[in-house]
Design a protein around this ligand. Sequence first.
Ligand code: C2E
Ligand code: MG
Ligand code: MG
Ligand code: MG
Length: 287
Amino acid sequence: DLALYEAKRAGRGRSRLFQPGMDTLLHERREMEIDLRRALALKQFELHYQPFLDLASDEVIGFEALLRWRHPVRGNVPPLAFIPLAEENGLIVKIGEWVLRTACLQAATWPGERTVAVNVSPLQFKADTLLETVKAALERANLPPRRLELEITEGALLDNTDSVIRTLNALRDLGVMISMDDFGTGYSSLSYLQKFPFNKIKIDRSFVAGASADSEAILRAVAGLGTSLGMAITAEGVETAEQLARIRGERCTHVQGYLTGRPMAAEQIGDFLTRPDPVTALEDTAA
Ligand code: C2E
Ligand code: MG
Ligand code: MG
Ligand code: MG
């Protein structure tokens, strides 16, 4: 209840004053972990969806599911503030199952044949239940496998290479699409593109921002290589009409970013899809 909660809060503030440094950090972390353990049961998670467009048609052909934690005290905790913790203590496996189940159920209600892209943590691969979890989520939602895309970061590929390849191949055999997320950050290795069965490369937004001639050269090279290997290429994090214009000149097939749509609540998707064509509208205002 509120009074108890306020008292606890005041108490926390005091302990922060008297024991700064490591103790406070550990305490804070422990509290966050306790809260995280309860978050699923208390239904504090929610998925938001960010559209991605096909650059040939300018159509919204899918949405990426992005996890949101509505904490009663902390407010909205961004994924990068709790996913690493959930990975360290293994909670990400249960949370990831919920994400897959929820994303498939919600995608099944969308108009058209749009794809839902779900981020998968390396830990979910190690748990060895990913294939079964994906199958169960698809069946329960009655969603065709081709409408599900799994996004994997390079970190997932570092160890257990053989078992990761086996799982990825089994998922592909099922008909699910596999994307390499945030390409160019982390431990990128071009050999990954050959070794793992990706359908798509998502080029990290740091290369899309066009901050330097180098980043443009990298974007061009990766898009060229991915295209010759038969993969789709998404430019992530496109925020301005200038960036979009530049991306159109490269061999990118898809675009995702604030310019073409911010992450939104599931209930907003219907309205979003019925507004006038987003890209044309934007280019008209820019002109
Ligand atoms: P990501 O998979 O690369 O997702 C894209 C992130 O970039 C999202 O941040 C999105 O809101 C943000 N973004 C999209 N367009 C733009 C843009 O134009 N400009 C800028 N500045 N940012 C843009 P978000 O939602 O905070 O998610 C951060 C990361 O957390 C994700 O990066 C992903 O790695 C991870 N994540 C999110 N949901 C899940 C999940 O369900 N499971 C797992 N394992 N990881 C997740
Ligand atoms: Mg992603
Ligand atoms: Mg990404
Ligand atoms: Mg990212």
